[in-house]
Design a protein around this ligand. Structure first.
Ligand SMILES: Cc1cc2nc3c(=O)[nH]c(=O)nc-3n(C[C@H](O)[C@H](O)[C@H](O)COP(=O)(O)OP(=O)(O)OC[C@H]3O[C@@H](n4cnc5c(N)ncnc54)[C@H](O)[C@@H]3O)c2cc1C
Length: 387
């Protein structure tokens, strides 16, 4: 019997599996994909602090570009630049003893790296494995039916960790309400391009005209490449993300900058700009990462929150099981309480601010509010700096 069966080897699941294994638990980590992180559905921006917090170093194996700050634009192109190379020149930069603020990572390599660390820490990893069902046993453990390389088999575990992303099924097995409302889901599309210059900054473009209910971005991707993308909320526009992205390329204040670009890859996916799930646990089960909506509801960033959620889950579960306590619904509530205390209450606060902005029917004042909150969010004095 395993202590933990972790479903999904993204940043949340692989981190839970690694840290729980390091703390002595017997862990099985499964993922339905045969190649982790592929197809890529992420721009890969993550802060150095997020990596540090879970004991990771920015390895060349997955880092594509170093990031030193942000430029936030309003719809017309007016910008606020927060460049840590200028704000804190002794700490951030390329010279000796200096460091980047964050990174753009390659999610294929990053996810594989995180999975490898989990495996090296002692977790068993099965790829191309899905779990179609769950039942609770009288001894307080659970039995999960798995399909591995098209063969069905059963596995017994004390706790099931659902780290299976935005479209999580694990919570549904236990009858949890994991449905996401269309008005809280950003539909995202990005092009990886050649021929667009960048300067170590994450550029974020707000404004209803370009990205209703979301924002557009230009991120450096390394080797002279860039990512240009946007997310839109489909209840706020009749057009899909592709139409908005084409419009942004052709009509925005960046149109001259984008003139010579060549598209190398097209990537897309959904981002929950939603509140965390109100209940992230059931008997023998917890959810972590996107599956629990551990996402920043303003930026849509979910790598940091997935990593830190994985760490919180692994610490909580290893302590609970070490005390010989049953992973009952009642006891697993402690996981959510700890998550709220360490991270979730900030996310709820951000969600409140986001909701207030998007309830505003006056588009120009809403645009102004979004521009202000984004600029404030990335400022060095932001109370949210660490999420
Ligand atoms: C276009 C786009 C751009 C983004 N850019 C950024 C960004 O720049 N920075 C940032 O911080 N965040 C970004 N995000 C969000 C970020 O990608 C997610 O929040 C993050 O990946 C969540 O990690 P996770 O581990 O919870 O889930 P995931 O990374 O989604 O991992 C879930 C894993 O579970 C597996 N799985 C699913 N179902 C099953 C099943 N039934 N059985 C077994 N395995 C299963 C999947 O194969 C997958 O490997 C972006 C998202 C999109 C769509």
């Amino acid at each position: 019997m395993y202590d933990l069966l972790v479903v999904g080897s993204g940043p949340a699941g692989a981190t839970t599996a690694r840290i729980a294994s390091e703390r002595g638990l017997r862990v099985l980590l499964i993922d339905k994909r045969q190649e982790l992180g592929a197809p890529i559905q992420c721009s890969g921006a993550v802060s150095g602090h997020a990596l540090e917090e879970v004991g990771l170093s920015p390895e060349g194996e997955f880092v594509q570009e170093a990031i030193y700050g942000f430029s936030i634009y309003n719809q017309e192109g007016q910008k606020t630049t927060i460049d840590y190379r200028q704000l804190k020149p002794d700490e951030y930069g390329t010279g000796e003893g200096k460091k980047p603020l964050g990174y753009v990572v390659d999610r294929r390599r990053f996810d594989r790296y995180l999975m490898t660390l989990a495996e090296r820490a002692g977790a068993e990893v099965w790829l191309k494995t899905e779990g179609p069902g769950l039942s609770t046993l009288p001894d307080g453990s659970c039995r999960v039916l798995l399909r591995r390389f098209n063969k069905e088999l059963e596995v017994q575990a004390r706790v099931l960790v659902g780290a299976d992303g935005l479209q999580s099924q694990v919570g549904k097995w236990a009858g949890m309400r994991t449905h996401i409302k269309l008005r809280e889901l950003a539909s995202c599309l990005q092009f990886v391009v050649d021929g667009v210059e960048t300067d170590g900054l994450l550029e974020i473009v707000t404004g209803h005209r370009w990205a209703p209910g979301g924002y557009a971005w230009v991120f450096p991707k390394g080797h002279g490449y860039a990512e240009i993308g946007l997310g839109v909320t489909r209840t706020m526009t009749r057009q899909n993300a592709q139409a908005h992205l084409e419009q942004f390329l052709k009509e925005s204040f960046f149109k001259d900058r984008f003139k010579g670009l060549r598209i190398l890859e097209i990537q897309g996916g959904g981002v929950p700009l939603a509140a965390p799930l109100r209940t992230q646990y059931a008997d023998n089960l917890i959810l972590v990462g996107d599956a629990a909506r551990h996402v920043n509801p303003i930026t849509g960033g979910g790598i940091h929150t997935a990593l830190s959620g994985g760490k919180i889950a692994a610490h909580f579960l290893s302590e609970l099981l070490a005390k010989g306590k049953k992973p009952s619904r009642q006891n697993l509530k402690g996981y959510q309480d700890r998550w709220l205390e360490e991270r979730g209450n900030f996310i709820w606060k951000l969600y409140g601010e986001k909701s207030k902005i998007f309830k505003n029917k006056d588009i120009s004042s809403r645009d102004e509010q979004l521009y202000q909150i984004m600029s404030g969010y990335f400022s060095p004095h932001s109370e949210y700096k660490k999420i």
